[in-house]
Ligand binder design. Structure first.
Ligand code: NAD
Length: 243
């Protein structure tokens, strides 16, 4: 489908990857803006806004999109849980795809993690490890946060079960904790491992991204899909028909 995209965060790594991938999919970037530009003046000429900028930009962007009835694709991460809950309420007033990761492989990893957490049960200690490039500002990654949510949902635990790294005399591991460890360095595009460790065996599910083009083409595919949808918040599983 031929669509016009307003790209927010255009000067960033993801913004540049999206601008490069758009013509290959027949998608027009009607405006490419970044910090300091006025988003409102570019909204009328677009069908959908794609945002890969900063978590601080999301509220203003959603308020404008809702007022002008524009579809949105949010890829930005780093929102606190409380902040995200409020933003999702706002986003539900327009067609919105919100995903912490737009890659097809990672969305399969989400499905496999849910299945593993359900089959393996509490005797298998669940830990999530993620690694990203040295420039990443938020931790854990949005993808790791989603993997953790899935494990917590399957194990009927709350976010108080999360252990963000360990230091000092923390005592033996309990069966109700879920560990999360964020590594940073170099130019790593994005690695995620979900580990289920029991006495006698260990299962590891790993996804490694080597090119951020996979997120860019996924976000553009989401943009094509979301234009014309009924208002509401969707994720990549909806876009890919994995539900
Ligand atoms: P980056 O730092 O390279 O780029 C961010 C860009 O946003 C910069 O050009 C910056 O100037 C701009 N920006 C900052 N504040 C802004 C504002 N208020 N309005 C408009 N632009 C603003 O970061 P990146 O690696 O491109 O990642 C951007 C975001 O996307 C991060 O939150 C990252 O975690 C997320 N991300 C998501 C996925 C996914 O699949 N969902 C994949 C990769 C990155």
């Amino acid at each position: 489908m031929a669509i016009n995209v307003l790209l927010n965060g255009a000067k960033g790594r993801m913004g540049q990857a999206i601008a490069a991938a758009a013509p290959l999919l027949g998608i027009t970037i009607s405006a490419a803006i970044d910090a300091g530009d006025d988003l409102a003046t570019h909204l009328d000429t677009c069908d959908v806004v794609i945002d890969f900028s900063s978590h601080r930009a999301t509220r203003n962007l959603l308020e404008l999109a809702v007022a002008r009835h524009k579809a949105v694709v949010i890829g930005t991460t780093g929102h606190s849980a409380e902040e995200k809950t409020k933003l999702l309420e706002l986003a539900a007033n327009v067609p919105c795809v919100w995903a912490g990761n737009f890659s097809v492989g990672v969305n399969l990893l989400f499905a496999l993690t849910r299945r593993a957490a359900s089959v393996l049960g509490a005797d298998y200690d669940a830990e999530v490890i993620e690694m990203h490039h040295r420039f990443k500002k938020d931790a854990p990654s949005g993808t790791a946060a989603r993997l953790l949510e899935i494990i917590l949902e399957e194990r009927k635990l709350t976010s108080s079960a999360l252990r963000h790294g360990r230091e000092g005399i923390v005592g033996e591991r309990t069966s109700t904790e879920v560990g999360i460890h964020a590594l940073r360095g170099g130019d790593v595009v994005g690695d995620h491992t979900v580990m289920f460790a029991a006495l006698g065996e260990r299962i590891e599910l790993t996804h490694r991204a080597s090119d951020r083009g996979i997120f860019a083409s996924g976000a553009l595919r989401a943009a094509q899909w979301v234009v014309g949808q009924t208002p509401g918040v969707y994720d990549m599983q909806d876009v890919l028909g994995l539900k």
